[in-house]
Ligand binder design. Structure first.
Ligand code: SIN
Length: 294
């Protein structure tokens, strides 16, 4: 597809800056298609200097697809689909999202995209790290990829969002977290996920929500997960994203893990977050990255 946007890709084509568009105006069908195409290709796309009101952030999100369902966190008043990710200068708690995860992977149909809009950016720290599940999968040897392709992983929200798990995380003052017993529920998803638009395969597990691998003994399951997390989170598959005020970033939650860095004690950081609804994860081993359509 010919791009009307200016694209500045990060190393390994994982992450790209997109300029030459104003996101506070209604987007044409062609602009939406172009953004989605680039998002599928680079997985993390970011647009600097995009001041947006709440309705404009909602309109951009809806242009990408229907809103996702965001449980366990109280939304902004009168804007039920916008969450404020906030940490104040005197707050001692670990940053929200400070361990590697994919958003809401415990849902039957987790969000396809997460959109984060930077409102207040600290002068130090505060980056977000991203990990590329596609390149991590492709770097495994073929025999091991085959072994993994029939496995399914068990996901749950219990570690951060059950009452017990939440208590362990320490008191969070600037954000209202709503722990609930339904966080104990589990959801099984394929360990290798086929991207519904690009056909690319991704290693799709994360240390926060993935509890175990279905059908393996506990010690075998933990050993396999630890091995896969260590592989996936190697520096060669990750990218450190620095924010500037009013930058909007959208990542593909179907192949990307992320983690908030912290390192800004004494400063305020405020981000506004929405999600785009996704579909049930599936694995079609017959679709290989060589056939991918981007
Ligand atoms: C998140 O996990 O959604 C928050 C990421 C961040 O604040 O950098």
């Amino acid at each position: 597809m010919d791009s009307k946007l200016s694209v500045r890709a990060q190393k390994n084509d994982f992450g790209a800056e997109l300029t030459g568009i104003a996101l506070n105006k209604p987007l044409s069908a062609q602009q939406v298609e172009e953004i989605k195409h680039l998002w599928h290709r680079y997985q993390v796309v970011y647009f600097p200097d995009q001041p947006l009101t709440h309705p404009q952030l909602e309109a951009f999100t809806l242009a990408m697809g229907p809103f996702g369902h965001d449980p366990y966190i109280q939304a902004i008043e009168n804007h039920q689909h916008i969450l404020e990710i906030r940490r104040d200068p005197d707050e001692a708690v670990a940053p929200f999202g400070g361990s590697w995860h994919s958003d809401w992977s415990f849902q039957p149909a987790p969000p396809s995209a997460t959109i984060l809009h930077a409102k207040v950016v600290p002068p130090v720290g505060g980056a977000t790290h991203y990990a590329d599940g596609i390149r991590a999968f492709e770097a495994l040897d073929a025999g091991f990829r085959d072994d993994l392709s029939s496995l399914r992983a068990v996901h749950s929200a219990r570690r951060p969002y059950s009452h017990e798990g939440y208590r362990l995380g320490g008191e969070r003052r600037s954000m209202k977290i709503l722990p609930n017993d339904d966080a104990w529920a589990t959801q099984v998803h394929p360990l290798i996920r086929t991207h519904p638009a690009s056909g690319r395969q991704a290693l799709w597990i994360n240390p926060v929500y993935t509890l175990s691998i279905e059908g393996l003994e506990e010690n075998e399951s933990q050993a396999m997960l630890e091995r896969l997390f260590a592989h996936l989170l190697q520096p060669e598959f990750t990218y450190r994203h620095r924010w500037s005020e009013n930058m909007l970033t959208m990542w593909d939650n179907r192949s990307v893990l992320h983690c908030a860095q912290g390192g800004y004690d004494g400063y305020r950081r405020i981000m506004h977050r929405t999600t785009v609804a996704g579909s049930a994860p599936f694995h079609r081993p017959e679709v290989t990255s060589l056939e991918r359509n981007i």
